[in-house]
Design a protein around this ligand. Structure first.
Ligand SMILES: Nc1nc2c(ncn2[C@@H]2O[C@H](COP(=O)(O)OP(=O)(O)O)[C@@H](O)[C@H]2O)c(=O)[nH]1
Ligand SMILES: [Mg+2]
Length: 312
């Protein structure tokens, strides 16, 4: 190692170690770059001038909007926050209210209100049959439940009067006013109001459930008002389809239900002499869902019509 090229600390002092060839190439490149740059520069200068002209024209139009950053802004003109419209957009209605301008009883955001009214017969399509008569389709027509809620829940809520022309056994026509009342205990008031108008009562009792609390209340009300009661043992189909009872058991079940009603009547002041019994003609058996109803007399006639006259 040539020591003269290094100082006492070992630092290199000699001439540059870079290749001379590299240097030459580098210099040539630089010269070329400079020439290119000069040519480009003239072109850019020209472009720049053209652009400047356009910008100046635009600036002349936009000058009003360019507020210098150091401009003095009055206190009342100062804007710290964006406005509601800027935040939510022009198509959103924003409302700023003083405290307590709206009473507490009124909700700030009102719930969506869907008004539910009665189901009325309007704009029905033209049909070949008369719409005056309730028509049974697959589902029994809830003809007296016209309120949307009644249809939805499947129970009667309001009393519903109907006027029908009905024939008696001698085929004499009568105008019959029927008031269908709700059976749920919450709506007993509807029943009480209806009993004031009625001459008689058709008491519909579920044969399986028998006398419920509300049935008892209604029976007492009817006896109190001195109304004649006809007992309709309803949902007879349940004995067959649901409970699948043999005829003998079904008979005892029906008898028990009738007896339950009779015992309530007996225990009500004024009802001591009232008795409901199929042989007295004031009890009938029905299945409103399957659409049939009979009492002993009508069933006997049906039997006689089917099997010929019998001694009974
Ligand atoms: N299985 C059966 N269910 C019935 C019968 N009649 C009514 N129902 C059902 O009992 C429920 C109440 O009947 P509804 O006559 O509307 O009672 P309301 O509220 O007292 O008028 C409904 O869900 C009916 O489907 C029937 O004969 N058989
Ligand atoms: Mg009803």
């Amino acid at each position: 190692m040539d020591e003269s090229l290094y100082d006492e600390f070992g630092n290199y002092l000699g001439p540059d170690l870079e290749d001379d060839e590299d240097d030459l190439e580098f210099e040539q490149e630089q010269e070329q770059d400079e020439a290119d740059f000069d040519a480009n520069y003239d072109q850019q200068q020209q472009q720049q001038e053209e652009e400047d002209e356009v910008m100046e024209e635009q600036n002349a139009l936009m000058r009003v909007d360019d507020i210098p950053a150091n401009q003095i802004v009055l206190h009342e003109d100062k804007k710290y926050y964006p406005s509601a419209e800027e935040v939510y957009g022009a198509d959103v209605e924003t409302m700023v209210q003083e405290e307590d301008t709206q009473p507490l009883s009124e909700p700030i955001v009102k719930p969506v209100e869907v008004r539910k009214f009665i189901v009325s017969e309007k704009n029905l399509p033209e049909t070949r049959y008369s719409k005056d008569v309730p028509i049974n389709v697959d589902q029994p027509e809830r003809y007296t439940d016209i309120h949307v809620l009644e249809r939805e829940r499947g129970i009667s809520i309001k009393s519903m009067p109907m006027t029908m022309v009905m024939q008696d056994v001698n085929e004499k026509s009568y105008l019959l006013n029927v008031m269908d009342t709700p059976g749920h205990t919450d709506f007993l008031d509807e029943v009480v109001a209806a009993t004031r108008l009625a001459d008689g009562v058709a008491l519909v009792v579920d044969v399986v459930e028998g006398v419920m609390v509300n049935t008892e209340k209604i029976i007492k009300q009817c006896i109190h008002d001195g109304l004649a009661i006809t007992l309709v043992i309803n949902k007879m189909d349940r004995l067959i389809l649901e409970l699948k009872l043999p005829p003998n058991d079904a008979y005892f079940k029906i008898r028990h239900t009738i007896e339950e009603v009779n015992s309530v009547i007996r225990n009500t002041p004024g009802g001591e002499n009232v008795r409901l019994s199929p042989e007295l003609g004031n009890v009938c058996f029905a299945s409103s869902q399957t659409g049939w109803c009979f009492n002993l007399k009508s069933f006997a006639r049906l039997y006689a019509d089917s099997y010929g006259k019998q001694d009974m």
